[in-house]
Design a binder for this molecule. Structure first.
Ligand code: FAD
Length: 475
């Protein structure tokens, strides 16, 4: 009885802060927020609340602190590690949806200040309107939000040129666990006045504070892009081709993405209109995009010349260059659909590893050998951001195998693949974060000193443990 009464009074007080229509408690209203996209985690919550501004967020957090109620900041719910999901039914989900204003566009400073609920796609569009580029780019960009991107330190397809989310932020506004507001919205490229506090919150997955706004870095808008798709005989050749293309293009390589043969087969099988752009099959391909502020024709010439020389040097065995925007999109579709098509092929065990780029060939060799030895017939689909030393080393089930029986091996294959990445001084989570999926694994892999420092930060910034409890680190 006491519990029900206190829950009712908490909901009533939330309604006083945010107005009743922005406090959702009915099961059907909460349902979309209680499951993540891969269906790996199903959650619970007592309410989903949508504050209109930073002061309302601060009031909600003060109430949560007073009542020791867990609180999870929520962006577009596209996170892939269960970071936004909990089984604790006392939890308040705090959606930043309504905080979607562009507070300031300062094109002369190459910055814009946006609220956390602005979708990534809208942030890109607003930059474009001001003749600038906001370069973060992910397949989930129509749905994910800047707050979620910064909280997960998202990567994507342009990291090679512009860095990941952490590199694209100059200032932050954050609501702390006691409800105080830290206004660090400075648009400075140089500021050596002590600790870089914003870096604590970037990549902290809602466990140290709630990001409510950010000053984002903008760049000159490229006026030209050229996209090519090259066949390479192995991963060594792919890495050699990356460096060759960087040298020959004068640093214009924006994306350099690995696609395995099986990926092309999956996409052409399941995506209507998709086709293999090259005549003969090759074990591996790379998609390369150059961009610059010059002329399209000149950039296409640069790409044609560089790939021509790469063919002569045996770095590539065949290549095609998009002759139009439509063809560029067709080539990108071979890469962008790779996640989705794996679903059509049954169970898929995921990895998001990184190693130094120089170690990528040895990683791939060892990991492919290990998983195929472990389960003959398994279909590895390693793809992605090889230019950043990051691949999604995904494993599709053997044809005809029971999906559930295959997925039972998830942890087993994770141990094999992660073990090889760690031996090569790599990471088991390159861009998706830790959430609950990898929390215990990082605790086992990181040094005791590193884990002590992480726990000390959590205790200092969230002593009552109300912010996204149980994610990233255990107290
Ligand atoms: P959510 O899923 O809502 O939340 C993610 C985490 O951030 C949670 O822990 C949550 O509590 C926290 N959080 C959310 N908002 C805030 C806030 N305002 N303050 C503090 N904490 C907050 N990731 C990549 O890095 N690279 C990719 O290429 C990539 N591609 C993807 C493609 C697809 C199709 C999908 C579905 C996901 C992909 N992702 C990728 C995963 C990626 O993490 C996200 O899409 C995105 O960064 C998460 O943003 P979100 O708004 O959906 O956050």
């Amino acid at each position: 009885m006491a519990d029900t009464a206190s829950k009712t009074s908490l909901i009533e007080r939330l309604k006083e802060i945010c107005s009743p229509s922005h406090v959702l408690t009915e099961a059907q209203d909460l349902a979309p927020w209680l499951e993540e996209r891969r269906g790996l985690y199903k959650g619970r919550a007592s309410a989903l609340i949508k504050p209109a501004n930073t002061e309302e967020v601060a009031s909600v957090v003060r109430l949560a602190a007073e009542t020791r109620t867990p609180i999870i900041p929520m962006g577009g719910n596209t996170g892939l590690v269960g970071g936004q999901i909990t089984e604790d039914e006392r939890t308040i989900l705090l959606s930043l949806d309504r905080m979607n204003r562009i507070r300031e566009m300062d094109a002369a400073n190459n910055t814009m200040t946006v609220e956390a609920g602005v979708t990534l796609q809208r942030a890109q569009e607003e930059a474009d309107k001001a003749n600038r580029l906001f370069p973060l780019s992910l397949a989930s960009e129509g749905t994910c939000q800047i707050g979620g991107n910064l909280a997960t330190n998202a990567g994507g397809t342009a990291v090679l040129r512009y860095g990941n989310a952490r590199d694209l932020v100059l200032g932050l506004e954050v609501v702390l666990a006691d409800g105080r507001i830290w206004n660090g919205l400075r648009g400075l490229r140089k500021d050596n006045t002590g600790y870089d506090l914003k870096q604590l919150f970037l990549g902290s997955e809602g466990t140290l504070g709630i990001i409510t706004a950010a000053v984002l870095k903008l760049f000159p808008r490229p006026t030209a892009r050229a996209v090519g798709f090259a066949a390479v005989k192995d991963v060594d050749a792919a890495v050699a081709l990356l460096h060759f293309m960087e040298e020959k293009s004068g640093g214009a390589v924006t994306s350099f993405e690995l696609v395995p043969r099986i990926g092309v087969e999956f996409v052409t099988r399941h995506i209507e209109g998709a086709r293999d752009p090259l005549d003969a099959p090759s074990p591996w391909y790379v998609l390369v995009e150059l961009s610059s502020g010059g002329e399209s024709l000149a950039l296409a010439d640069t790409l044609t010349n560089a790939l021509g020389q790469a063919l002569e040097k045996d770095l590539a065995t065949d290549a095609v260059i998009a002759q139009s925007e439509a063809q560029a999109e067709e080539l990108w579709a071979l890469r962008e659909n790779l996640s989705d098509v794996q679903r059509e092929e049954g169970g898929s065990i995921k990895h998001d590893i990184s190693v130094p780029v120089s170690k990528m060939p040895i990683f791939m060799h060892r990991a492919l050998e290990a998983v195929t030895k472990e389960m003959p017939g398994i279909r590895p689909v390693p793809f992605g951001h090889i230019g950043d030393g990051n691949v999604h080393f995904n494993l599709s089930q053997p044809e005809g195998m029971d999906k559930a029986a295959f997925l039972e091996k998830w942890d087993h294959f994770n141990r094999i693949v992660h073990g090889i990445a760690v031996e090569l001084n790599g990471s088991i989570s390159a861009e998706h974060g830790v959430g609950q999926l990898k929390r215990d694994e990082i605790a086992a892999l990181k040094s005791p000193v590193e884990m002590d420092l992480m726990r000390a930060l959590k205790r200092t910034l969230d002593p009552e443990g109300i912010l996204n409890p149980g994610k990233v680190v255990k107290p």
